[in-house]
Design a protein around this ligand. Structure first.
Ligand code: SF4
Ligand code: SF4
Length: 448
């Protein structure tokens, strides 16, 4: 991949910066430990009373919103050849408007801005003295902990390892400032999966703290989240395919917008792994899904005292570290410039595999449909961030073959990049609910 000097300079700081940012966001105590600051809970990184996650989300949202506004105001399609770019198609306008609104309102304004005015949910900036009841004994933490369920959890583990190892169960019973949101969220996290009436808090918890609601395992923590994952998502997939990934998901919002910038589209075009082996390796995502479901089941087993809380917590820690931190964050974002913007979505995200399974076995009618105008130009394949050999479904030896494809054989997220990139309008999305003959196998030849 040819890179300008400016790009090389940016890249020299990009990966270390990504690692640093995600470490501060997820495990601030590592840095404070490294610096020798006696602050295992990351208070060091509280700027103006806001924790790292707040600042991270602020920058993240600013990047997404800026690119969306630029695209919507500029009105030019970011897909296809730069020369003579077409106007931004209606589909793309709707998509980027959706990303803009979902990111700025759903993932930022509601969980982070409203609480500043005493509305909505806690933004996690409170520092509570949390007391814990374990087998009837009160345990007070020596230090205040910040309300970040994940960090709190680890902090508690550090402090209470012995208690946990010897207890059947324990529960957060109070907090200094009686912040009921914090109280409930931590309570749910620890001992009360599937308690009715906790929907709002749990949803807020995920929106604010997990960045994107993409994991299956947290859905075992409440009836509402379970409904979302096991009912609404499958229905959504039946109608819209995996458009959730290109229109709504917080992780996808960054991938989708960065992938339209000058450098980003080059990363997608030249860096995205393509070809047979890269497609076969997508199988890894099944393992991530199985891991995610296993964590969910372990939460239920924990709730009914089949396994010890400490066991469940350690499994959760492993998943949080490997899946969320390493794969989803460091690799998922840090490798944008090298392997395109969708490595995590393609190989890691359990939610994506969940949707694919529903699409495949639930007979979703989502499909990309080639027509007889295809001339084998191949810009569609280059535009695809998911490494799908789009052109191979549309032509053979530059003669149209018109095999529609959906979720049976591909991981298509319905971003519409291929449709917009095609200079002869040879691709379109199938109308919602309509039926087309969809390829049940990948084309014989898959071009790299
Ligand atoms: S694959 Fe997962 S992370 Fe990526 S956009 Fe879809 S749901 Fe979000
Ligand atoms: S096949 Fe087209 S719509 Fe599907 S992910 Fe690739 S570029 Fe997007």
């Amino acid at each position: 991949m040819k890179r300008s000097n400016a790009e090389k300079i940016v890249l020299a700081i990009f990966l270390p910066a990504v690692v640093l940012i995600y470490v501060i966001k997820s495990y601030p105590e590592w840095i404070t430990g490294l610096l020798g600051i006696a602050d295992p809970f990351g208070d060091f990184f509280f700027l103006w009373g806001k924790k790292p996650n707040f600042w991270y989300q602020t920058v993240y949202t600013a990047v997404v919103v800026t690119i969306c506004v630029k695209l919507l105001i500029g009105g030019k399609s970011p897909y296809g050849k730069p020369a003579g770019r077409k106007p931004l198609p209606r589909y793309q306008k709707s998509k980027f408007l959706s990303i803009l609104l979902v990111q700025s309102i759903g993932f930022y304004f509601v969980p982070f801005v409203l609480p500043m005015f005493g509305l909505g949910w806690s933004d996690g900036a409170t520092k509570n003295e949390i007391r814990i009841e374990s087998q009837g004994n009160m345990v007070s933490l020596a230090k205040p902990v910040t309300y970040s369920p994940t960090q709190t959890k680890y902090a508690l583990l550090v402090y209470l390892d012995d208690v946990l190892a010897n207890a059947d169960s324990f529960q957060v019973i109070d907090s200094e400032d009686s912040d009921s949101n914090s109280h409930q969220a931590i309570g749910i996290e620890f001992v009360q999966p599937l308690v009715p009436g906790t929907l709002v808090t749990v949803t807020a918890f995920h929106l604010a703290h997990k960045m994107a609601h993409v994991y299956l395992s947290p859905s075992f923590f409440s009836a509402g989240a379970m409904l979302y994952m096991f009912f609404f998502i499958p229905i959504f997939v039946w109608f819209f395919g995996k458009r959730y990934c290109s229109w709504i998901c917080a992780c996808g919002n960054l991938a989708e917008t960065v992938g339209t910038t000058t450098w980003g589209s080059k990363w997608v075009k030249e860096g995205t792994p393509r070809g047979k082996i890269s497609l076969q390796l997508e199988w890894i995502q099944n393992l991530m899904l199985i891991l995610s479901l296993a964590i969910g089941f372990s939460a239920v087993l924990n709730a009914y005292h089949v396994i010890r809380p400490a066991t469940h917590d350690r499994i959760w820690y492993v998943q949080d570290f490997l899946t969320d931190f390493m794969f989803g964050s460091i690799i998922g974002v840090g490798l944008y410039p090298f392997y395109g913007t969708r490595m995590w979505c393609r190989y890691g995200c359990p939610m994506a595999r969940w949707m694919k399974w529903f699409g495949r076995f639930g007979k979703s009618t989502f499909a990309v449909v080639p027509n007889d105008k295809c001339r084998g130009v191949g810009l569609c394949t280059q535009a695809c961030p998911m490494g799908i050999p789009v052109a191979d479904y549309a032509h053979k030896d530059r003669k149209p073959i018109e095999i529609a494809f959906g979720l049976e054989t591909t991981s298509c997220i319905g971003c519409g990049g291929c449709v917009a990139a095609c200079p002869v309008d040879a691709l379109s999305f199938q109308k919602i609910g309509a039926k087309t003959i969809i390829a049940l196998e990948q084309p014989e030849t898959v071009s790299d």
